[in-house]
Design a protein around this ligand. Structure first.
Ligand code: GTP
Ligand code: MG
Length: 210
């Protein structure tokens, strides 16, 4: 039976509200990150964060993921199974900063860690490196408190550089990337990791000399 226009409007409003909660969750996390960043700058005259990007997944991407995962059910099912509707990517200069920031954020009383995937300790076969975490933060609404999941991706500038190029290549070849290219990408990921290690060593040396 076709939905009535009233049902469609209700669906639209429901979806907008659903996304709004993620938008609020994102704001909470962004505030936490910007406070840590400012405090670091003030205390240590050093900012471990190079840049922060955040986004709420589009309707189309959510719909595609719902299909891919074969989910059916309402918003509650989507919330339970899709954890990256709100996502924040935190890019740091050094690997040590990645872990430091992760520790500082996840130690906060109102942040609950749901899942951690450390692709820095264990890179993906492609060479992909980043520290992923799904956390929930409470958002206080007039209707009550909701605990909103947010996916955090922590990485270094070198890891970010690699991941964006790799993403572009996969997009260009529509997943079917020639073997020569994937091999080169994996090798480049190794070089990026080596560069990270070297830069960090240099950074330490300079700091220790102070
Ligand atoms: P998704 O269902 O795709 O979110 O996978 P998952 O739940 O197993 O999460 P996973 O930790 O593997 O990846 C989540 C996100 O990390 C992706 O949406 C990408 O943003 C990023 N990512 C993971 N693997 C790669 C990779 O090989 N290359 C690039 N460029 N990004 C990746
Ligand atoms: Mg994802």
């Amino acid at each position: 039976m076709a939905p009535t226009s009233r049902q469609l409007l209700e669906l639209r409003d429901g979806f907008q509200r659903f996304l709004l909660e993620y938008e609020f969750g994102l704001r909470e996390i962004e505030t936490k990150i910007s406070i840590l960043s400012d405090e670091f700058q003030h205390m240590h005259d050093y900012n471990p964060i190079e840049h922060v990007n955040s986004r709420v997944k589009s309707f189309d991407s959510i719909a595609a993921k719902v299909r891919r995962k074969g989910l059916d059910g309402g918003f509650a099912t989507v919330r339970r199974h899709i954890h990256d509707i709100a996502g924040v990517r935190i890019t740091c200069a050094f690997t040590a900063d990645v872990y430091r920031l992760f520790d500082l954020l996840t130690a906060q009383d109102d942040v609950t860690v749901v899942r951690v995937k450390d692709y820095i300790a264990r890179p993906k076969p492609s060479g992909y490196q980043s520290l992923h975490a799904v956390v929930t933060v409470p958002v206080f609404l007039s209707s009550g408190t909701v605990h909103v999941p947010v996916e955090l991706q922590f990485r270094t500038v070198a890891m970010d550089f690699w991941a964006s190029l790799e993403h572009k290549i996969y997009y260009k070849y529509d997943q079917a990337v020639p073997a020569r290219l994937t091999a080169e990408l994996t090798e480049a990921a190794g070089l990026a990791a080596e560069l990270d290690a070297r830069m960090e060593r240099l950074h330490r040396e300079i700091h220790d000399a102070d």
